[in-house]
Design a binder for this molecule. Structure first.
Ligand code: SAH
Length: 329
């Protein structure tokens, strides 16, 4: 729901300010229509239903993978495509992967979103409506901004959405923002009062290779990015999650693991997450399982904390870096 428009509609109807809060409380608890909002006068419910679309997003398509992962393809009111994903885990965790932009202006060479046309930043309401879509079906408790777009290039709207996620069931500590290393945005996160998690898409420990894979590295070189991450860590006392995509013959050699281990100091400030590459049509091959294990051991032997990411939703193109809204463009 467009929360600014809600304010305006309520003001125009001469309603007291607490009404906006009532409507939001219903939405956040998963209400699926104005009819359910029984503490609102019936006439107001009717007026809202006539004047204010229940969501800023139109659901265009939904797909469910064999592992229970669900992907939703939406369109904004001005026709921009975006996708969001719900991952269900065996321990009951329900984690959302949210988009912050329609498309992405950065052009990381391995990423499907980076290859589609950039549309625009999503509003806070458009970000929240992705979460509310899934919340209407079931409770959710984690979120990561790892869908389309670079969240820290849209930091005002992303933070405004994060302010409201706890009402939906997702605390700040269970909300993660993933970035290519957009330094002004990392600084904003360091200053802000919400204890949100930070994930850095690193992918190469060497500046030249990183610039090849992620042209944004020319603007924000890795060395500066890591300094900004350490300042964030000093304030938050939580580890930075380092995402490292495993690309066959590109960044998965033993020496490259050593180089990565050298960069990540102090050890307690970082946790590495090795990401199996999900095929797109970008021309890269994912590293073999054996290569990922060897890379992992090389890091562990040097005291780096490492996990290997579980791939989810591959059969519906809902896995990391696959969100490209192909069907919608
Ligand atoms: N712009 C942000 C968030 C979106 S991408 C960022 O880059 O962090 C979320 C993660 O998915 C990033 O780590 C990105 O590098 C990774 N990713 C992109 N394409 C991928 C692919 N094909 N397979 C696996 N991970 C991919």
């Amino acid at each position: 729901m467009d929360l600014d428009q809600l304010q305006r509609t309520l003001a125009a109807a001469g309603e007291p300010p607490f009404r906006a809060r009532q409507v939001w409380d219903w939405m956040a608890r998963g209400a699926a229509s104005y009819d359910e909002m029984t503490n609102l006068p019936a006439a107001l419910r009717e007026r809202l239903a006539a004047e204010l679309p229940f969501s800023t997003l139109e659901l265009e398509r939904e797909a469910r993978a064999s592992d229970g992962t669900e992907k939703a393809l939406f369109r904004t009111a001005d026709g921009r495509p975006l996708e969001a994903v719900l991952m269900r885990y065996g321990d009951g965790r329900r984690s959302l992967c949210l988009s912050s932009q329609s498309g992405c202006p950065l052009t990381c060479t391995f990423c499907a979103t980076g290859r589609m046309k950039f549309g625009r930043n999503l509003t806070a309401s458009e970000i929240l409506d992705q979460a509310l879509h899934f919340r209407r079906a079931e409770p959710v408790d984690h979120a990561v901004f790892m869908g389309m777009g670079e969240p820290l290039m849209n930091v005002d709207n992303v933070l405004a959405a994060c302010e409201r996620l706890p009402a939906i069931g997702i605390t700040h500590r269970r909300t993660g923002i993933s970035t290519v290393g957009w330094i002004p945005g990392i600084e904003r996160l360091t200053e802000c009062d919400m204890p949100l998690r930070l994930a850095l898409s690193l992918h190469a420990a060497d500046e030249a290779l990183r610039s090849e894979l992620m042209p944004v590295n020319e603007r924000h070189p890795l060395a500066d990015v890591l300094e900004a991450c350490l300042r964030w860590h000093d304030r938050r006392r939580m580890p930075v999650f380092v995402e490292y995509l495993m690309l066959d013959g590109v960044n998965d050699r033993y020496e490259q693991a050593l180089k990565l281990a050298e960069l990540l100091h102090p050890r307690k400030a970082f946790k590495v997450n090795l990401i199996p590459y999900n095929p797109t049509d970008a021309g890269f091959q994912g590293s073999s399982r054996a290569a990922i294990d060897a890379f992992r051991r090389a890091l562990e032997e040097r005291g780096v904390r490492v996990t290997v990411r579980l791939t989810r939703g591959r059969d519906i193109d809902a896995a990391c870096g696959q969100l490209a809204a192909r069907a919608a463009t």
